[in-house]
Design a protein around this ligand. Structure first.
Ligand SMILES: [Zn+2]
Length: 167
């Protein structure tokens, strides 16, 4: 069991972003089954975008609302000095410990699920529906990753944000 958890942790850390892309494709295929006449490629595009876009808040964190945190300073320093390998390694090892990202909380999850419900079940809009389904799945994956890594959820989900960003 312990070995399996260790294995999953490593895979999840190494392939975090590709997993988001795969989840977006998965959301597209799920939606496509309900709208067989709708172009699959469009759904895939919306699915992938919906799964990647929530993490744009990491960029806002680094350059705007927590630009003075240790975390942001380190990232910007790696960028300025073109140390991209170090940057990727740093992000891979530390982004899970960053509990200051505003958008990653249960209210955002409730909003994205509601929007998915609205577009999928009320308005019958396949593109927007897959977009918000995928957006919601993004949070669900991040939540399950918290459990996988820390055996509990990070405080940001409960709107407890740490802006010091100590790493
Ligand atoms: Zn995320």
């Amino acid at each position: 069991m312990r070995k399996a958890i260790h294995f999953l942790r490593r895979k999840s850390a190494n392939y975090h972003m590709p997993i988001h892309v795969i989840l977006g494709i998965f959301a597209a295929y799920f939606t496509s089954a309900h709208y067989p006449d709708y172009p699959k490629n469009t759904l895939i595009l919306y699915g992938i975008t919906g799964n990647l876009l929530p993490d744009i808040d990491h960029i806002f964190y680094i350059f705007l609302y927590a630009k003075h945190s240790d975390y942001s300073k380190k990232v910007k320093n790696y960028l300025k000095t073109n140390q991209f390998n170090k940057l990727f390694k740093f992000l891979k090892n530390n982004h899970k410990h960053n509990t200051g990202i505003y958008s990653h909380n249960f209210i955002s999850l409730a909003i994205s699920v509601t929007l998915f419900w609205n577009f999928g079940f009320i308005r019958n809009d396949p593109a927007s529906s897959v977009f918000f389904l995928s957006w919601s799945i993004h949070y669900l994956y991040d939540l399950s990753e918290d459990i996988l890594f820390f055996k509990r959820l990070n405080p940001n989900w409960y709107l407890n944000f740490n802006h010091a960003g100590h790493v």
